[in-house]
Design a protein around this ligand. Structure first.
Ligand code: OSB
Ligand code: MG
Length: 378
């Protein structure tokens, strides 16, 4: 596939309801949208980094600079036979896995369209629909949270994940567990606790949660291993896992018993599949996380979640939970707790360009000015 040119946009989509986590509140989801063009086709992906480095350390402005000045000039104007070859060319770049994922995922879409095959087929997926749960942000009251959990259970969602933080934890979790005794309930702290909060974490351990997601610091495997040794509830890591090597170390040291794979966090589909394969080797389940994506990122996530070891419900819930209008023509909606995999080549969705234009904050075109990655052979 000849990569001819790229278009980098910053898009801002208003959420139907603000989404609150331990690290802040989102009202408008602002993200990078990358379109890659080649051989008469187009591939697209969105970046999962936020404007501020509050979930992880990458930022939209940092990603734009790296894509514009380093990554795109290194890959445009050249022919790439497959995603592996493309990413090998960028392998001297450290970290910045969300930024690299944006390119990698757009290339997978383009390449799959060139081959006329769905992305899930090329990745080796085994499902035509994927099981889905919901992630409920921090609400105004326990009653409102229970109400929302009941509504989503009624819609068929297969797991309720509650965002927690110190002061918003045991009481709300107990109330939701009592209201929905049969449904898996999980919590996600987004790194809001430390080992000094052991009493609270132990109280949560008594509530029969399916798992507890990222209770401790975003970069701390060691304390998660200490905590897991003291808990019955399985720990699930999100922020801590950037690579398959991280996954191996986390499972080897007992820092977690399962992993939330976000393709946009780990550098793209290739690395996401490697994380998946590592967890399978440890007989640890995985599930597909979300970052409040538009239909573009959501479609990528759904294709990834067709791999065999994605056995737990993911966060790829219906687009209509987030947006009054999505960026794509297709409707990504669950039925009975299952999200159908979009059909057709690539990620199987198409951009609603007039609407995209209306929510675009800035656009830049990048042509084929090939420049080697600094410091590596051309
Ligand atoms: O930690 O999984 C997370 C949203 C933004 C940032 C981090 C996370 C989340 C979610 C929402 O939990 C998942 C979704 O519905 O897309
Ligand atoms: Mg999380």
């Amino acid at each position: 596939m000849l990569l001819e040119r790229a278009e980098l946009r910053v898009v801002s989509l208003p959420l139907l309801k603000p989404f609150r986590t331990s690290f802040g509140e989102v009202r408008d989801k602002t993200f990078i949208l990358l379109r890659l063009f080649g051989e008469g086709l187009e591939g697209v992906a969105e970046g999962v980094m936020d404007a501020q480095p509050q979930y992880r350390e990458e930022t939209i402005s940092g990603a734009l600079a790296l894509l514009r000045e380093t990554i795109l000039p290194a890959v445009l104007g050249r022919r790439w036979n497959n995603p592996e070859e493309l990413m090998r060319h960028l392998s001297s770049l450290r970290g910045n896995r969300m930024t690299l994922a944006t390119l990698e995922m757009a290339f997978w879409d383009l390449w799959a369209r060139g081959l006329g095959l769905p992305l899930s087929t090329l990745l080796g997926g085994v499902r035509s629909e994927v099981p889905v749960g919901v992630s409920l942000g921090i609400q105004k009251s326990v009653e409102a949270t229970v109400e929302s959990a009941l509504q989503h259970a009624e819609q068929g969602y297969r797991r309720i994940k509650l965002k927690i933080q110190p002061g918003w934890d045991v009481e709300v979790v107990r109330a939701v567990k009592e209201a929905l005794p049969g449904l898996p309930v999980t919590v996600d702290a987004n790194a809001a606790y430390s080992l000094a909060d052991l009493n609270t974490l132990r109280a949560l351990d008594e509530l029969g949660l399916d798992y507890m997601e990222q209770p401790l610091a975003w970069d701390d495997l060691r304390d998660h291993a200490k905590l897991q040794a003291l808990m019955r509830t399985p720990l699930c890591l999100d922020e801590c896992i950037s690579t398959a090597q991280d996954a191996r170390k986390a499972l080897e040291t007992g820092a977690c018993r399962l992993i939330n794979i976000k393709v946009g966090r780990v550098g793209g589909h290739l690395e996401a599949r490697r994380v998946h394969d590592v967890t399978a080797a440890f007989s640890a389940p995985v599930w597909c996380g979300g970052m409040l994506e538009s239909g573009v990122g959501r479609a990528h996530n759904i294709h990834l979640a067709t791999l065999e070891n994605f056995t737990k419900p993911g966060d790829t819930s219906s687009s209509s939970r987030y947006w009054a209008r999505d960026l794509i023509h297709e409707h990504l909606e669950t039925r009975g707790g299952l999200m159908p995999v979009p059909q057709g080549p690539g990620i199987g969705v198409t951009l609603d360009l007039p609407f995209l234009d209306s929510v675009t904050r800035q656009t830049e075109e990048i042509g084929p000015v090939t420049r080697p990655v600094a410091g590596s052979p051309a």
